[in-house]
Design a protein around this ligand. Structure first.
Ligand code: ADP
Ligand code: MG
Length: 285
């Protein structure tokens, strides 16, 4: 796949407010048919340079895409630094250390002695970007023997193989359901979308299973944590996933570039309407 504009891609002006670059990914929770529900234009004369929001899936090489698009007069919403800060735990963790489970990362195999010393067993393990399809035995690790076994699988895994390894304190999260023993159990977790620091969407993270939603009393404390994370990261379009611990406190599970994130339980139509509204207000100032 080309790093820049490819055949089959679309670049359009959404509601006369935001340029959007799309490429269908084939994942229903990710793709959104802008054209069916919103006004999209392709002006004959595009300005020399436009800032575009990408909905093209996860970029293989953000820096290469950033450079290739600039040559076509398209500036990606996130510069390479912002992109890394949003997507790589070793980049965002230092800014959020007090809001998220304690974490260590390793370029090669994790050191069990350091884990025992700084985190204690059991741990939660993942790549610096993501887990391998939420598989439990690669993520929830009881001790050094399980660690060694999981690392053998890591080396073979197409998703995890190229990522650094992240080890985190396993925190006790408020459960929602545990429908599949092979998968990480669902906890009371929510995905929040932030556009230039403003909330534009909040919905359940585990969108496939049982329905759950924040109560009016929970909304304030939960969103305070997510908003603070968004403020500190200061990235134009950010996702912050938050979950409630069994002691009631809210914790950040991870951050991501909202351009690469599935909508989960958030209505994409409502989300994009909010983005458009905020952009219009920003222009009017
Ligand atoms: N430190 C942790 N302690 C306990 N459970 C965790 C921890 N980190 C993540 N989880 C659980 O594992 C799930 C997947 O982890 P996450 O970091 O979101 O990986 P991915 O990037 O693959 O979605 C989360 O939705 C949460 O339920
Ligand atoms: Mg996640």
């Amino acid at each position: 796949m080309s790093p820049g504009l490819d055949r089959g891609d679309d670049l359009f002006l959404l509601e006369d407010a935001v340029w959007v670059w799309t490429r269908p990914v084939g994942v229903p929770i990710y793709d959104f048919d802008f054209h069916r529900l919103m006004a999209c234009r392709r002006p004959h004369d595009r300005p020399d340079e436009v800032v575009a929001v990408a909905r093209v899936g996860a970029l293989d090489d953000h820096e290469a895409s950033h450079a290739a698009l600039l040559r076509d007069g398209v500036r990606l919403l996130h510069d390479p630094e912002q992109y890394l800060r949003a997507t790589r735990l070793p980049r965002w963790y230092p800014l959020l250390a007090d809001l998220t489970p304690r974490s260590l990362w390793f370029e090669g195999a994790p050191d069990p002695a350091r884990i025992a010393d700084e985190l204690g067993w059991p741990i939660f393990m993942k790549g610096a970007r993501q887990t391998s399809r939420h598989r439990r035995k690669l993520s929830i690790i009881a001790g050094p023997d399980e660690l060694a076994r999981a690392l053998e699988d890591y080396a073979q895994d197409p998703i995890l193989g190229w990522q650094d390894v992240v080890c985190r304190s396993l925190v006790s999260l408020r459960p929602v359901e545990d429908p599949d023993p092979e998968r990480i159990p669902s906890s009371y977790e929510f995905r929040t979308f932030w556009w230039r620091g403003e909330l534009v969407g909040c919905g359940r993270y585990w969108w496939e299973g049982r329905d759950y939603d924040l109560t009016p009393d929970e909304r304030g404390p939960a969103l305070d944590v997510a908003r603070e994370a968004a403020r500190r990261l200061d990235v134009p379009f950010l996702v912050v996933d938050i979950a409630q611990r069994t002691d009631g406190a809210w914790t950040v599970i991870e951050c991501n570039d909202a351009q690469e994130s599935g909508y989960a339980g958030v209505s994409p139509f409502a989300l994009w309407r909010e983005v458009v509204r905020l952009e219009r207000a920003r222009r009017a100032r």
